[in-house]
Design a protein. Structure first.
Length: 116
C-alpha cells in the first residue's frame, strides 16, 4: 500500500519516508459487487466487458473517459438519470437507471467500469 524509503544521508539514518503509490491513492474496486449490481440491473443486456453489443463495451467506455477529470461525475449522472442514448444500431433509447441509491455502490460500479 505504501512504499517505504530509508534515508541514510544527512544524519537521517534509520528515518523512513512514506510515499503513497498510485494504487494506494486509487479507490479500491470491489469487482464482485460491481458485477453483481450490473447483473441485478440487467446491464449485460446491452453491455459486455470487451465487445460491442447493443451498447458500447465497458472497455470502450473506459477508453473514452481515460484521463478525464470529470469521468466519475459524468458516468454517475449517466447511470442515475436515465438519459436518451444512441445505440450502436443508430436508434435512441432511455438508458436504464441503476436501482440503488447507495452512493458507495454507485461509485464502486463507476470505478469498476473505468478500470476495464
Amino acid at each position: 500500500m505504501f512504499k517505504a524509503i530509508s534515508l541514510i544521508a544527512g544524519g537521517l539514518s534509520g528515518a523512513v519516508l512514506f510515499l503513497a503509490t498510485p494504487n494506494a491513492i486509487a479507490a479500491t474496486v470491489d469487482a464482485a459487487a460491481a458485477q453483481a449490481l450490473t447483473k441485478d440491473n440487467e446491464c449485460f443486456k446491452c453491455h459486455t466487458l470487451d465487445k460491442t453489443k447493443k451498447g458500447p463495451s465497458y472497455k470502450k467506455i473506459s477508453e473514452k473517459y481515460k484521463g478525464k477529470a470529470d469521468a466519475e461525475a459524468k458516468l454517475i449522472k449517466h447511470i442515475t438519470s436515465g438519459p436518451k442514448v444512441k445505440l450502436e444500431d443508430g436508434t435512441m433509447e432511455d438508458h436504464k437507471i441503476i436501482e440503488t441509491k447507495d452512493e458507495a455502490q454507485i461509485k464502486n460500479l463507476v470505478h469498476w467500469i473505468l478500470s476495464n
